[in-house]
Design a protein around this ligand. Structure first.
Ligand code: PGA
Length: 250
């Protein structure tokens, strides 16, 4: 049983319509019923739902975040994009950056670094996703990939207190495949070591993401050094999300 302050990030990806906002009621009821709220729940819906979510979650302790943003700061001629300032305007407090689904379509560390800088400038907390592909894992490059994505992503960023790292092995995302507990503990420790030695930060939160489900949360929660979970598919079902939060504390 954990007793620590945990983060649960609900990444809805490209799912959800206006009607989906109703599914939040059950989760709000659950979090409101708790007297000892030792966790932070953050919904990251698609851009189209941010404002709706913001309204629905007013007066609750649940927060919202964007799933990505443009690398420039304010406004501009960038058809189809949303800037950090615009996320902030919708009530977002967080933003997921460097998700493998975006890296796979051409987002590189340099762009991610620029995005991080501009998000921090706009007072958004950043959830930086890092992780290796299946081929990189087979080639035993996991640590090399993780450290390079962290170091390049955080280049010339001095103040890292508003950065959360999410370790997400790409081969585990949406596949139901889970990393072993030993390997995960080892890699989370490795990430914390990099952060401590390079950035002198003792308290950076490190989360795990990739097929987090109600059926495997009992196994994952045993990893004491984890500070929470980035949950994709399972987070769209309110009962599954509640169960993941609940089971993490049992
Ligand atoms: P998943 O997604 O939980 O559906 O594997 C996690 C993620 O992509 O952040």
């Amino acid at each position: 049983m954990t007793n620590k302050y945990m983060y649960f990030i609900a990444n809805w990806k490209m799912f959800g319509t206006l009607k989906s906002v109703n599914s939040l009621s059950k989760v709000i009821k659950y979090t409101n019923s708790l007297t000892n709220r030792k966790f932070k729940l953050i919904y990251c819906p698609p851009f189209t739902l941010l404002d709706k979510f913001n309204n629905k979650l007013k007066n609750t302790n649940i927060e919202i975040g964007g799933q990505n943003c443009h690398h420039s700061d304010g406004f501009g001629s960038f058809t189809g994009f949303v800037s950090p300032k615009m996320l902030k305007d919708c009530g977002a407090k967080y933003v997921i950056l460097g998700h493998s689904e975006n890296r796979q379509i051409g987002e590189n560390d340099k762009i991610i670094n620029l995005k991080i800088k501009n998000c921090l400038k706009n007072n958004l907390k950043v959830i930086l996703c890092v992780g290796e592909t299946f081929i990189e894992k087979k080639q035993k490059k996991t640590k090399q990939i993780i450290s390079s994505q962290i170091i390049k992503g955080l280049k010339k960023i001095k103040d890292t207190k508003n950065i959360i790292i999410a370790y997400e092995p790409v081969w585990s995302i949406g596949t139901g495949k889970l990393i072993s507990t030993d390997e995960l503990s080892y890699l989370i420790e490795y990430i914390k070591k990099i952060l401590k030695s390079r950035y002198k930060i003792k308290k950076t939160k490190v989360l795990y993401g990739g097929s987090v489900k109600t059926k495997n949360i009992d196994q994952l929660k045993k990893i004491d050094i984890l500070d929470g979970f980035l949950i994709g598919g399972a987070s769209r079902n309110p009962q599954n999300l509640i169960d993941i939060v609940k089971k993490s504390y049992i």
